[in-house]
Structures are given as structure tokens and as C-alpha cells.
Design a protein. Structure first.
Ligand code: PRX
Length: 645
């Protein structure tokens, strides 16, 4: 498979960018010609950001799994689609060829059908990083069911909220998942999440860890039994067949929940055609993927990065995608690089937080590794500091690999701003240039485009995008108004990203971080309001305020100011109790790193918490706290400063 839309030079990038802005419809229609359609589109694009209404390739019919699997079978049926590396390096590796993937996905589709799953039904997937997770996702897509993958680190309560919001009727899970030394009892968590649930009819359980599970009659069924039964149905005369559902281009493909500035996560909805085209286009261009290369994205399929650059993008491009079950530090800190050497990985795509964590082991993580197979390195999820960037480039890339710093979001579906490996220039800690089709601009508080550079010659503002691209979110599940107010109402006719950015005179962008009440902890997106709600549920807590502070490894840490029973002092044990509560309500990823008990919070006379002050104190600033005269009780600030943890 060659990629006619792969950009090969900086001049070509400039040319394509220009075309994509001047004739976006023609540009994307040309890219779309490289996919398999059951019926071509009537109209390339229809949009307005006011509602918002965004429709790409309306009228077209397709199935994304035929693009990710079937169309590759003739040429590369026996090539590896997925290479799976288990948590325990002693355990057997699994190589899933395109032929095998086809068979398994057809079986899952048949299994789902046998159990009453229909097009449009919501299927929640809560599994560890096993190939069956990819089969489950693709099996849903094959029959047109809408999958909603939930990261294995979320608690029962979080799952219950998501099941309720999505009105999910089916769950696919595992008995347990391996993560380093730990076994996480996933089915157990699902059982807790299902107490009181009224919508879920069936739970399909894949056996991974042989953790004992309770199987409820009439509701819970084993994956293995169902798959065996389905196998007989899809295999006829040595041929595998399960007709892929003809989906409209704009039918929803999946829901993925993500945090915003309010307490309740939102279900970002992506649609079939646009998402497929954009993830494939960006995969091939950003990483400059060449046929037969091995692409290793270390993300979890529970996050958008795993959806777009482990499953859909690479498979639609006919690539080999490496899927890793475990964690970077098990059984030792060289695990990522041992995997790179074992399979001769060509592209490594990971998060700055993982890089910083491996850096903290000195040269131990890479000194015994060869790493010469690597051609391209990538980062995603949070700003990368220069020190980490240089370490990655020098010790892992051996100064031979371009680093792509890819900026994007759950809502954008694919990478929006990034250099193209070896084709456009990199700049340490800068995401650099927008991809073709992406029209960013920086605005001030009032929505006016920033045009005046600061004393360093940089433009500084809030990052917006003024024109739709194929994989922009279409709605937030069950609440379109929320989608409008969250993303399209802050600045009229613009998609607002929630990020702040700088732009240099060459047009490069540097993302400086969120400007809303969203934290980025180890590359995980967490809303401060969500954490506050969880803390406030703890008995004895009167009120809390959560802010982020710079953290050497996680990028941002969570700092919680807590009023406890009206008293200032509570003890270390209470802090642990609060952490347990947060783990139960959201999941361990949202546990505060620091808790400070306070007797009051800095509030304005209208009762609004002045987070700016709390943020500065958490960052270690004691002097320049800005104007505090508008506070109801300014003395509270002195106390908070004095007792900072
Ligand atoms: O703040 C930006 C940060 O991650 C946010 C999106 O988080 P999420 O939807 O979980 O998706 C993460 C994976 C795509 C953004 O609003 N972010 C993501 N990539 C970068 C980044 N910040 C700086 N540089 C990046 N390369």
C-alpha cells in the first residue's frame, strides 16, 4: 500500500496547506478517494459553528472496519496487524495478522449480534490492554454499535455515571488486568458499577488473569464460549464472512468520555468517515509511516491516543501496530526500550510524563539497549519541557530521529498541530505547524485575534480553530447544547480548545497549557471541579478547592485546599481517607498529591473562590499574589501561605 497523500518535502507541505485552506472540500475529497466506500458522498462539507452542525461526506456509506481490515487482506493478509507484548516479558507474545484480525472481528460482530446488540446501541468496553480489546472495538464498529471505552483506572462510580449517561445496554470486560506487579479486578469493579443500573442487559467477560469472578445468571456470559459459538457461524467452507454494516458517513462511531471544567465528564462523539480519514491522514504524515514499519504507541486504548494511533489510524493505513499490556517500569525501567529492541520498533510514540519518569533513572533505562531500529519519536498529551525533549532526542533517538511533538485533544480526534517527521522542522518544546486543513488562530479574552507580538516577538493568546476538519467532535452525547456552550460559544464562530499558546514569527505554535479549570496530570485530563466534588463527598469535608502545581514527573500535580469540619487541623490519616474517597469516586489517577487543611478559602464578596491566589500559593509564590483587597477576608491568605505543604 502506498500513500498518495503522504507529504514528502517542506515545499509540498506548504503547497498542500495552501490548497487545504483555499479549497478545503476539494482537498479532503482527494484524500477520501483513497478509502473504501460502499457508496460515495453527495456533499463533502456542510457546516456552521453556531449550532454547531458539522457534516463531512454526507450521504456516503462505508464501514470503517472494511477500511481497517478487509481491504488489506489480499495484499497483506499474513502481515502483522497487531503485535501484542504482554505485561510479563516471559509470557508468550501474540502476533495478530490481518487475516486473523479479520476472523476475530467477524466473530466478535457475530457474538454481539447473537446477544442482541444492534446498530446504534451503546457498548461499554472496560478491559486491559489485550488484543481482545481491539477486537471488541472493531467488532462494535463492524455492526455499527457505538463503543465507549473506559480506561481501566476509573472507579465503579465513574463507570456507573458513564453507563447512565450513554444509556449503555452492553458491557465487554475482563476478569482482571495485569499492570506491572498488580492485578486489577476489572469485573469486580463492573459489578459495583452495575448496582442500581437499569439499562445494562449483558456483560461479556474475557478471561485474562483467572481472577475469580461472580457471574450473574442471565446477565453475565463468557467471551470464550460466545466466541466459539460465533466461530462456527462465521466460518463457512474455510471462508470467513460477516457482512459489515453500511454506515452513513455521519453515523456515530464512538463515544469517549473526557473531563471539562464542570464536574461531569462529557461524552465526546466521533463519526465514522471523517474520523477514519483524518486519523489515517495524520498517522501517515506526522509519523511518515513507511510500509512494513512497526509503530509502537504506548498509550492505553482507554484514551483517544489509543483509539486513533493504536487502533484506527494505523490499521486503516495497513500498518503494524504494537500494543503493550504493561507499564514502562516493569519489570525494570528499560521495558519500553527492551520492547523496541525485541521487535525492532521504528516509531515510538509516548507521553512526556513517561519520558520524565524514565529520565529519573539516569542512564539505566537505555544503556543496555541498541535502539538503532528507531526512525521517528513522538510525544503527546502535555507540553514537553526542553530538558525531556533533549534527553529523548539524544539518548533514545541518538540524534538520528526527528521528534514529533503532537498537539491535539479527545475532541479533535487526530493530531492538529505537529511537525511532520523529517519533513518539516522540529523546535524543542514547540508543537510547530498546523497540519493541512487546520486553521488555528490566537485570540484575546474578548475573542479578538491577537496580532501584536510581545517583547519577545511572540503572539500570545487562547488557541482557537476557525474551520472544521474531518474528525472534529460532532456533539457531546445526549446533550448537544453542552457541546455548543463548551466549545463553540466562548468565541462566536470559533472552536475553542481550552489551551493557551504562543506563536512565533515563522508560524510555529507552542502550547502553554490549559487556560480553563482542567488539569493535565501525567498526561491525563482531570477537571478540578470533578476532584472537588469527590473530596466534598468525604464525611467531615465542608468545602474544597483544587488547583494544579508544577510537578517534576507528572507535569502537573493536584493540590487540594480542604476545610475539614470547620477545623483547620486534621491529621495525615484523614488525608489518606480523603484519597481513598477520591479513588472510589473517580479513580486513583485523580488522587491529590498534596492536601492542605485550611480554616477558610479566599473568596470574593460574591462568594467566588479566587483560584488565581490558590494556584500561585501552590506554585510556591508568596509575594506577588495580585490584588487581594476584593477578598471577603484577606487574612485567610496569610494563614494559607504559612501552612503550605
Ligand atoms: O492541554 C492540551 C494537552 O492535552 C489536552 C487534551 O487532552 P486529551 O483530550 O486527554 O488528549 C490527550 C491526547 C491527545 C490538550 O488540551 N496536550 C495534548 N497534546 C499536547 C498537549 N499540550 C502540549 N503539547 C502537546 N503536544
Amino acid at each position: 500500500m502506498s500513500y498518495p497523500f503522504q507529504i514528502k518535502s517542506f515545499e509540498e507541505y506548504q503547497q498542500k496547506y495552501k490548497e487545504s485552506v483555499e479549497q478545503p472540500e476539494q482537498f479532503w475529497a482527494d484524500v477520501a478517494e483513497n478509502f473504501l466506500w460502499k457508496k460515495k458522498w453527495d456533499n463533502v462539507l456542510d457546516w456552521n459553528f453556531a449550532e454547531p452542525k458539522i457534516e463531512w461526506f454526507k450521504g456516503a456509506k462505508l464501514n470503517i472496519t472494511e477500511n481497517c481490515i478487509d481491504r488489506h487482506l489480499a495484499e497483506k493478509g499474513e502481515d502483522a496487524a497487531i503485535i501484542w507484548e504482554p505485561n510479563n516479558p516471559e509470557e508468550r507474545t501474540r502476533i495478530v495478522t490481518y487475516n486473523r484480525l479479520h476472523k476475530r472481528v467477524c466473530q466478535v460482530a457475530q457474538m454481539l449480534k447473537n446477544n442482541g446488540v444492534k446498530k446504534g446501541d451503546r457498548v461499554c468496553i472496560y478491559m486491559g490492554m489485550v488484543p481482545e480489546l481491539a477486537y471488541a472495538v472493531l467488532g462494535c464498529a463492524r455492526i455499527g454499535a457505538i463503543h465507549s471505552v473506559i480506561f481501566g483506572g476509573f472507579s465503579a462510580q465513574s463507570i456507573a455515571d458513564r453507563l447512565e449517561d450513554a444509556q449503555a445496554e452492553f458491557i465487554i470486560t475482563c476478569d482482571g488486568a495485569y499492570r506491572g506487579e498488580k492485578v486489577i479486578a476489572l469485573k469486580d469493579v463492573i459489578d459495583d458499577a452495575l448496582r442500581g443500573n437499569k439499562t445494562v442487559k449483558k456483560v461479556i467477560v474475557y478471561t485474562r488473569t483467572r481472577t475469580p469472578v461472580s457471574m450473574i445468571k442471565g446477565r453475565d456470559i463468557w467471551w470464550e464460549d460466545e466466541m466459539q459459538f460465533a466461530e462456527e457461524q462465521v466460518e463457512k467452507d474455510g471462508k470467513i464472512f460477516f457482512e459489515a454494516e453500511a454506515m452513513d458517513a455521519e453515523d456515530p462511531l464512538f463515544i469517549l468520555y473526557t473531563s471539562g471544567s464542570t464536574g461531569k465528564p462529557k461524552g465526546v462523539v466521533h463519526s465514522c468517515a471523517g474520523y477514519m480519514i483524518y486519523t489515517t491522514y495524520t498517522f501517515v504524515n506526522v509519523f511518515q509511516y513507511q510500509p512494513k514499519q512497526i509503530h509502537f504507541c504506548t498509550a492505553d486504548v482507554g484514551w483517544i491516543t489509543g483509539h486513533s494511533y493504536i487502533v484506527y489510524g494505523p490499521l486503516a493505513a495497513g500498518a503494524t501496530s504494537l500494543m503493550f499490556e504493561g507499564i514502562p517500569t516493569y519489570p525494570s525501567c528499560s521495558r519500553f526500550f527492551d520492547i523496541v529492541d525485541k521487535y525492532k520498533v521504528n516509531i515510538l510514540y509516548t507521553a512526556p510524563t513517561a519520558i520524565r519518569s524514565l529520565m529519573s533513572f539516569g542512564d539505566k533505562s537505555y544503556k543496555d539497549n541498541d535502539l538503532s531500529s528507531l526512525k521517528v519519536l513522538g510525544t503527546v498529551g502535555e507540553p514537553i519541557n526542553e530538558e525531556a525533549w533533549h534527553w529523548y532526542e539524544e539518548y533514545i533517538g541518538k540524534k538520528n530521529c526527528p521528534i514529533v511533538d503532537t498537539w491535539w485533544q479527545t475532541e479533535t480526534g487526530g493530531i492538529l498541530i505537529s511537525n511532520l517527521a523529517g519533513v518539516t522542522n522540529s523546535k524543542p518544546s514547540w508543537a510547530t505547524l498546523p497540519l493541512p486543513g487546520i486553521q488555528p488562530l490566537l485570540v484575546d479574552e474578548n475573542g479578538k485575534e491577537v496580532t501584536q507580538p510581545d517583547e519577545d516577538g511572540l503572539l500570545k493568546g487562547n488557541l482557537c480553530i476557525k474551520f472544521p476538519w474531518p474528525s472534529i467532535l460532532r456533539t457531546t452525547y445526549g446533550d448537544h447544547e453542552r457541546c455548543r456552550t463548551n466549545y463553540f460559544a466562548t468565541y462566536p464562530n470559533l472552536y475553542f480548545t481550552g489551551d493557551g499558546a504562543l506563536k512565533d514569527k515563522d508560524g510555529n505554535y507552542r502550547i502553554t497549557g490549559r487556560v480553563d479549570d482542567v488539569l493535565n496530570v501525567s498526561g491525563h485530563r482531570i477537571g478540578t471541579a470533578e476532584v472537588e466534588n469527590a473530596i466534598n463527598m468525604h464525611a467531615g469535608v465542608v468545602e474544597s478547592a483544587v488547583v494544579g502545581y508544577p510537578h517534576n514527573i507528572k507535569g502537573q500535580g493536584i493540590y487540594a485546599y480542604v476545610i475539614y469540619n470547620g477545623k483547620k487541623a486534621a491529621d495525615e490519616l484523614t488525608k489518606k481517607d480523603i484519597n481513598v474517597t477520591v479513588s472510589k469516586v473517580i479513580g486513583p489517577i485523580a488522587k491529590p498529591d498534596k492536601i492542605q487543611f485550611v480554616s477558610g478559602l479566599p473568596k470574593t464578596r460574591s462568594g467566588k473562590i479566587m483560584r488565581r491566589i490558590l494556584r500561585k500559593i501552590a506554585e510556591g509564590e508568596t509575594e506577588n499574589l495580585g490584588d487581594i483587597t476584593t477578598l471577603l477576608d484577606p487574612s485567610v491568605v496569610d494563614e494559607i501561605k504559612k501552612e503550605k505543604v
